[in-house]
Each structure stands twice: as structure tokens, then as C-alpha cells.
Design a protein around this ligand. Structure first.
Ligand SMILES: Cc1cc2nc3c(=O)[nH]c(=O)nc-3n(C[C@H](O)[C@H](O)[C@H](O)COP(=O)(O)OP(=O)(O)OC[C@H]3O[C@@H](n4cnc5c(N)ncnc54)[C@H](O)[C@@H]3O)c2cc1C
Length: 96
């Protein structure tokens, strides 16, 4: 089989590139050395909970175009990141 592009890495970059290239009629082969897609944003379901395998990820952008683009793929909830820290038995909001 002949491809227009060989895309190494099935993370966000590779996935978006392949999606856009396919829309333009290009044939893409996406490969990855890991046994799953999604690169560093990959989640694994453990006992019904989606666990970020490579560290927590939150989608954030102030760019309307990007927000509209990404919403074609999934429905987002309105999670607000408000981390806290415990220091000497006191709770602090982060960032300080
Ligand atoms: C702990 C952590 C937290 C983060 N938190 C956030 C966040 O909250 N918000 C945010 O916007 N961003 C966050 N990021 C950054 C975000 O993960 C990256 O910007 C994004 O995932 C990059 O996508 P990518 O496709 O470029 O690379 P990656 O997701 O790294 O995907 C690259 C893929 O290529 C594969 N690959 C590499 N070399 C080869 C090879 N030679 N052969 C085959 N396959 C190969 C890898 O296995 C991988 O799957 C975080 C990153 C980390 C590590």
C-alpha cells in the first residue's frame, strides 16, 4: 500500500496532522513505539476511573479557533484547576 505521509508518533501532533491530511485526500500511516495511541495524554481505565498514565493533563487555551476545533472531537466539562498545598498543617491556594 502507498502512503503520502508516514507519521511517527500517535500523540496529539501526529493525530491532528493525520486528521487534517486525510481531509485533504492524503493517505497517512501513523506508527508509534508505544502499544497505544494518544502519546503523553493517554488515559488508562482503572476500576472505572480514567487515569492519566504519564501525568495529569488539562486542556487549556485562550484561542477561540482552537477551542472550536477541539470541540468537534469531544464534549468538554467545565473543570477548573484550583490546586491547594498543605504546608505545616495549613492549606494554601496555588499559585501563591
Ligand atoms: C506530565 C505532563 C503533564 C502535562 N500537562 C499538560 C497539560 O496540562 N496541558 C497541556 O496542554 N499540555 C500538557 N503537557 C504537554 C503535552 O503532553 C504535550 O504538549 C503533548 O502531549 C505533545 O503531543 P505530541 O504529539 O507532540 O507528543 P507526545 O504526546 O509525546 O507523542 C509523541 C509520540 O511519539 C512516539 N514516538 C516518539 N519517538 C518515536 C519513534 N522513534 N518511533 C515511534 N514512535 C515514537 C511516542 O511514543 C509518543 O506516543 C504535559 C506533559 C507531561 C509530560
Amino acid at each position: 500500500m502507498k502512503y503520502d505521509y508516514l507519521i511517527v508518533g500517535a500523540g496529539l501532533y501526529g493525530a491532528v496532522f493525520a486528521h487534517e491530511a486525510k481531509k485533504k485526500g492524503k493517505k497517512c500511516l501513523v506508527i508509534d513505539k508505544r502499544d497505544h495511541i494518544a502519546g503523553n495524554i493517554y488515559c488508562e481505565e482503572i476500576e472505572g476511573i480514567n487515569v492519566h498514565k504519564y501525568g495529569a493533563h488539562i486542556f487549556h487555551t485562550s484561542n477561540k479557533k482552537i477551542w472550536e476545533y477541539i470541540n468537534q472531537f469531544a464534549e468538554f466539562n467545565n473543570y477548573i484547576n484550583s490546586p491547594i498545598a498543605v504546608y505545616k498543617d495549613e492549606l494554601y491556594n496555588l499559585p501563591f
